[in-house]
Design a protein around this ligand. Sequence first.
Ligand SMILES: Nc1ncnc2c1ncn2[C@@H]1O[C@H](COP(=O)(O)OP(=O)(O)O)[C@@H](O)[C@H]1O
Ligand SMILES: [Mg+2]
Length: 254
Amino acid sequence: MKTIVISNRKGGSAKTTTAVNIASGLAEHGSVLLLDFDTQGHASIGVGCDVNEELGVHSIFSGKTLSESFMPTVHKNLTLSPALAFFDVYEYSDLSGVLKNRFKVESIAEFFDYCVIDTPPTFDAILKNSLEVADSVVIPFVPHYLGVVAVGQMLRALYQSATHLRRNIAEVYILPVMYNPHIKEHQESINKVKKSFGEAKMLSPIGVDIKLSQQFESGKPIILDTKRSRGLHDYERCIAELLERFREVDMCKI
Ligand SMILES: Nc1ncnc2c1ncn2[C@@H]1O[C@H](COP(=O)(O)OP(=O)(O)O)[C@@H](O)[C@H]1O
Ligand SMILES: [Mg+2]
């Protein structure tokens, strides 16, 4: 199983949109588990489910198993562990290693080809639990000045926690989102990120498409739309690029 964490501490940088579309897109290639770690539960809504008030992915922190929160979604290959509304991470003292332990005890990797994790815009125990199981991290960012600053901050936080966890998170991908080719600042910001953090990390941009917002109202990821859209094209290209990079990394391990 390949675990992909979608993260950026900057709010509104399309983490949830990316998590929903990568998860549902990968479901065309294999079985996928989506963990909605943001208590707002927007990823859950995006795959046709509700935020849960009694049982969700956060329940693992109060002694529940991960798999008891699993529920089917609108995509037959996509299973969701929904957000637990009102979960307060600060009510707990030591939460480290809980998700990693659940993965191991419940042999989660045997049941899924991919796990996609949507994270909240905070650097707390939830993100740390996610990083403890991450094979790769995708950082979506809106290509403007503060978006570029946020990527730098996120990368620093990632490398810091990798040192702390004594774990190498080798695969980091940076994904420009809400890209408009007619805005000069967008291209300049993407070039800046490439130059500062390495071209090899960059994925092709996701353009602006209102369909990517509307899909949350219908609870149906755009991959299930009969009509093609720009957003669908861009996320399909993103998934193809990710799969290609995963193959390259796996080849290097042999
Ligand atoms: N490519 C896009 N084109 C148009 N709107 C987008 C696009 N990506 C995301 N959005 C919209 O931007 C807003 C923030 O996205 P969201 O995924 O919720 O970000 P985050 O999870 O980082 O807070 C949402 O209203 C979403 O529908
Ligand atoms: Mg979100």
